[in-house]
Every structure is written in structure tokens, then in C-alpha cells.
Design a protein around this ligand. Structure first.
Ligand code: GLN
Length: 538
């Protein structure tokens, strides 16, 4: 097993995750098996309890792991299926060590950051790597070199590198920023030099430096970095702002990144010239589309695009395949309470209501869903959006004026959405959620069947509430057909409205399985319906 550690310096938000993912894709396209691991220096056990406004979306894996959104990038770029053990956090590490201490597993020793915490980190990295049968594990070290919190992880990475033999088995890639200063636009390498010095202080000498910059770095800057940071000139990589993050693999490939890594790590590859044609076509579809539609996302975390990262990516994937740019307009759902929906949705060709928790913003979403239903606006509801559509139809079509979810109105006399009975039993009022991959059986002849081209789909879930079975018959009679159900028939998974150009919703989250070359069918369906509404032919 070989390891590539990816660290970051100078500032956070450099795109380390995209760099790590892109390198993974380049190796994979040469026939090398890869996996990736994200190490996060925060004390949360996982991302499940984190507010999307703080940290962006909570990404959900097949096994139900609620993880950092960077794992979404890995899955999308490398077309992988990862598990919860691929996300290691300080919280997981400390709680495991403290638990072992309480059980007396350290035999009375003083328990310390070194070696106990660092050993735990190493074991977890190795375990995650072994579980994957990959040749190379790419380990992204979250945080910025120099931060106090990431020190134990850097130390663990250093030790691991030593344990397995630095030369062929471990490589360190450091991502930095090369800012441009002043009127003459001079590139500044000093921040890079200093951050490499920090890394060296931790005992790690980088093998490759990836420089984020506005434009390609000059030869002079490259030479300087090579000289002062002690890295081969051809291992100083320029990573200028790209038109789309999906272009980064090609930018790195042009500079021989994969070849350098393969040689340096003595990797066995299957093809020297990888076939990136499909990927290139995918990128072309993004950067030079033939048409354009605008989709409104009506939600409650609309001030931070990262809260809906996987949805945005799903629209990018779908748009590329349809040669159509999907512009997104975020609208805070509360605005539907006081403003005119027609005005708010002006120039929008479709609408999506994404997932969410808690009472705020709900009534505005119901107004928005009603407007989409009554005005034949293509509509997609995801998770909470599915529940909203069901509540809206119950109120307005079935005439159940107080229809609601018990999440928002525990006393309602028409709980059309309620807590899942099993969930209630295990955990009281909903401490646990239905998480991860479950199969949905799709009805014959339905739009869902056409979109998924098959009789079932396996999608990821993250919810506690669901459509109440007592109302299913009435809702279906009113035209809200549940064309996707769990295999035992008990859980309503997909709804589609009869007689509407596109009014679809799902209890699951199709956005987590969307991939560049195989977009989420429901998002693609929405974009196609929006194109049709606008009169664009594919
Ligand atoms: N709050 C709803 C539930 O718990 C929806 C969850 C979601 O949108 N992810 O069922």
C-alpha cells in the first residue's frame, strides 16, 4: 500500500480537495487503483451535527456516514464509493483513545498525544486504506500547516511515511498560494517558502508543490520555488484559476503530474496514455454550452452556496450532458411569504426545493411549491422538498387545511408527514435518522422508471420523517402518485404529479450519486423539462 499525503499552506480554501481528487482521477485513468481519505482537524465526531451555514453541506455515503463535503469531490472525480471510515476527525480519534484508556487498554501508561493519538491516527489511515484494495491511498490533511490543531495529523503522516519507507511508498504534496502583488503584477513566492518551512519544521519535506495562482506561474517563480523549497523544478506545479474545477485534472496532466508521481512511487500502471476523451467532452459541455436555463433553488441556507454543493454539481453534470448551462438563482424561502412569486421567479425555468431541517422557512416553501404546481413550472423536491410537496397538495387539493409534518406542527390533526414509527421506537423524538443507501422499487410506466431506465434505484437517505401511509390513497386519488416505494412497500420514496409537465419529488437524495458522466436522473429530468419550457431543443 502506498500513500500520497496532500497538505495545504498559506490560506484555507485553496482547493486541496480538488487537487487531491484530480490527482486521483489522473492515476485512476492510468489503471491504478486509488482510494482517498480525508482527515479533519475538528472535534466533531462527524459532520452530521454541523450546521450547513458553518461548514457547507453534510455529505452522505452509502453506508450512512455523514461526512465532510470533500468526500463528495473524491466520489465525483474518481467515481468511487467511500465509507465513513474514509473521514477521520480529531473527534473520532480522541473519543476512541479515551474509550480505550477507560477500558485500561493502555496498561496504566500516561496517555499522550504522542504516541497514543498519533498511533490511533496512523491505525485509522491504514485501516481505511486496507479496506479498499487500492494501490494508492490519497490522504488529504485538512486544515492549514502551522495550525495547532493539525499538528498531530502532520506528525502521524510523517511517522507513517517513515514506517513504510519514504521513497517509493509515501509522497508529500503541498498546496500553496502564489499571490500577485502591485501594479506590475509580480508573483510572490515568499508565502510558499514560509509555509514549506513550517512543513519542514514538522519534519516533512514536500516532493511536489502545487501553486494556486490567478494565472500560470512564471518560469522565474517556478525556479525560485524549486530552489528555495528544495523540490524538482518539474514538481512545482502551476494551478491557475480554472473555468470549472473539473478542468483541474487536465491542467495538472499537461504538466506531467501523474508521470512524475508514477516514476517517483514506482507505480505499476496499465496505460501510459490515459483516455481522457469522455472527461474532456464533459468539460467542454460545461465551458461551451449551446443553451441556457435558470433554475431557482428555494431553501433556507441560500446565503452559502456550499450548503447545496452536491445539487450544484448535479446540475453541472446534467447540464453538460444536455449541452445547456444551468444558471442557479438562490431564493430564501421566507421571501415567498411577503413577495410576489411571479416576480421572484422571473426568468426562472424551473424550481428545486432541497433538503432541510427545522421550522424556519417552511411556509414560504409551501407557497413556492404551490406556485410551481399551479403554473406548470418544472419542479423538483428533494427530501424536505418531497415532504413540502406532499403537505402542499394535501392542503390545497385534498382540502386538509391544517395538513402538516409533525416536525413543524406536532399537534396537527392531519399529520400527512410524520416521524417514522421505527425511528420513534429506537430513539424517542428522533435522535437517529434513516441514513445511507436503500433500494427504491419504481413503478412500471412511470416517469421515474423512464428517468432511471429500470425498475429500481439505489439512492442515499438522510431523514427522520416520512409520508404517513394513512393518506396515501387519498393523495394518489388526487393525482400525487407514489411511483417509488421501498421494497417492502412501506416507505414512500418518489412522488410524481399527474398532468403536470414535471413535478417530481423524492424522499432520498439523488444529488449524492450524481457523477460527471452519469448525472442524477431527477436533476437531469428537471433540466430537460426547463429546456422544454423555454423551447430549447436538445
Ligand atoms: N427534516 C426532514 C426529515 O427529517 C427532511 C430531512 C432532509 O431534508 N434531509 O425527515
Amino acid at each position: 500500500m502506498k500513500f500520497i499525503f496532500v497538505s495545504g499552506g498559506v490560506i484555507s480554501g485553496l482547493g486541496k480537495g480538488i487537487t487531491a481528487s484530480s490527482i486521483g482521477l489522473l492515476l485512476k485513468s492510468r489503471g491504478i487503483k486509488v482510494t482517498s481519505i480525508k482527515v479533519d482537524p475538528y472535534l466533531n465526531i462527524d459532520a452530521g451535527t454541523m450546521n450547513p451555514y458553518e461548514h457547507g453541506e453534510v455529505y452522505v455515503l452509502d453506508d450512512g456516514g455523514e461526512v465532510d463535503l470533500d468526500l463528495g469531490n473524491y466520489e465525483r472525480f474518481m467515481d468511487l464509493k467511500l465509507g465513513r471510515d474514509n473521514n477521520i476527525t480529531t473527534g473520532k480519534v480522541y473519543s476512541a483513545v479515551i474509550e480505550k484508556e477507560r477500558k485500561g487498554e493502555y496498561l496504566g501508561k500516561t496517555v499522550q498525544i504522542i504516541p497514543h493519538i498519533t498511533n490511533e491516527i496512523k491505525e485509522r489511515i491504514i485501516k481505511a486504506a486496507r479496506n479498499s484494495d487500492a494501490d494508492v491511498a490519497i490522504v488529504e490533511l485538512g486544515g492549514t500547516v502551522g495550525d495547532m490543531e493539525s499538528m498531530p495529523f502532520l506528525e502521524a503522516a510523517r511517522q507513517l511515511g517513515r514506517d513504510i519507507g519514504r521513497n517509493e511508498n509515501a509522497m508529500f504534496i503541498h498546496c500553496t498560494l502564489v499571490p500577485i502583488m502591485g501594479a506590475v503584477g509580480e508573483e510572490k513566492t515568499k508565502p510558499t517558502q514560509h509555509s514549506v518551512k513550517d512543513l519542514m519544521n514538522a519534519g516533512i519535506r514536500p516532493d511536489m508543490i502545487v501553486c494556486r495562482c490567478k494565472e500560470d506561474i512564471t518560469e522565474q517563480a517556478r525556479r525560485k520555488i524549486s530552489m528555495f523549497c528544495d523540490v524538482d523544478e518539474c514538481a512545482v506545479i502551476s494551478c491557475p484559476d480554472a473555468r470549472t474545477t473539473y478542468e483541474v485534472p487536465m491542467i495538472l496532466d499537461r504538466q506531467g503530474v501523474a508521470d512524475y508521481i508514477i516514476k517517483r512511487m514506482d507505480l505499476k500502471y496499465l496505460c501510459k496514455e490515459p483516455d481522457m476523451r469522455e472527461w474532456k467532452r464533459f468539460v467542454d459541455g460545461i465551458v461551451s454550452p449551446k443553451s441556457e436555463v435558470q433554475i431557482a433553488i428555494v431553501g433556507k441556507y441560500t446565503a452559502l452556496a456550499d450548503s447545496y454543493m452536491s445539487h450544484l454539481e448535479s446540475f453541472t453534470h446534467a447540464g453538460s450532458q444536455l449541452n445547456c448551462k444551468v444558471k442557479i438563482r438562490f431564493i430564501d424561502s421566507d421571501r415567498f411569504m411577503s413577495e410576489n412569486p411571479a416576480e421572484l421567479l422571473k426568468d426562472c425555468d424551473g424550481m428545486m426545493i432541497p433538503g432541510g431541517f427545522g421550522t424556519r422557512g417552511i411556509e414560504g416553501m409551501i407557497v413556492a411549491a404551490r406556485y410551481a404546481r399551479e403554473n406548470s413550472i418544472p419542479f423538483l423536491g428533494v427530501c424536505l422538498g418531497f415532504q413540502i410537496a406532499t403537505i402542499e397538495i394535501s392542503r390545497d387539493v385534498l382540502g386538509l387545511k391544517d395538513a402538516d409534518s409533525t416536525e413543524f406542527s406536532p399537534e396537527t390533526s392531519n399529520p400527512v408527514v410524520h416521524i417514522m414509527p421505527e425511528q420513534l421506537k429506537v430513539s424517542g423524538m428522533g435522535a437517529t435518522m434513516r441514513l445511507g443507501r436503500f433500494r427504491t422499487a419504481v413503478a412500471k410506466g412511470s416517469r421515474a422508471e423512464a428517468l432511471y431506465s429500470g425498475s429500481y434505484c439505489d439512492e442515499r437517505h438522510r431523514h427522520r420523517y416520512e409520508v404517513n401511509q394513512d393518506y396515501i390513497q387519498r393523495l394518489e386519488d388526487a393525482g400525487w402518485k407514489f411511483t417509488g416505494r421501498s421494497e417492502d412497500g412501506k416507505r414512500m420514496e418518489i412522488g410524481e404529479l399527474e398532468g403536470h409537465p414535471y413535478f417530481m419529488a423524492a424522499q432520498f437524495h439523488p444529488e449524492f450519486n450524481s457523477r460527471p458522466l452519469s448525472p442524477s436522473p431527477l436533476h437531469k429530468g428537471l433540466v430537460m423539462a426547463a429546456m422544454e419550457k423555454k423551447g430549447i431543443r436538445k
